[in-house]
Design a protein. Sequence first.
Length: 163
Amino acid sequence: MITADGSEELRTWFAERLPADVYESLVSVTVDREEITVVGTLPAAESIEEFRERTRERRVEVARAAQELYRRKVAWGVRAGEETVLFTHLAVPVMTRLRQNERQVLDTLVAGGVARSRADALAWCVRLVGDNADPWLCELRDALDRVHRVRARGPDVTGSGPA
């Protein structure tokens, strides 16, 4: 099981198992309920395609072990300068209930050619919020991590502890 501060635990796990020549440095390890995404910097003078082919077998080996242990798919990516490219990452369907005025926003994006479908329009909206509210979302994630750490140190209130 991944702890509340799972990203650091996973970063250590991957850093210990990835051969030294896979990434120049490990940039990030991000986790959610379905997927772990590992991104590192591209070694100097190597194209993304060369990197992907050269490291495929080793990345697959590490991913299999991680998937068995953490019960999540593993996606890989590289950062080259300012560009980050992800390989075979998941696109997970998400169910939501929207009121008419919210559906009209999506339908307007579809009618305007911004998106092909309501699903694409909703994904576009989520990306837009993520891009424009990133500092606030980071602050919220940090606060949630602190809450999880405090809860973990607190008393056992499940009733399963000693009587």
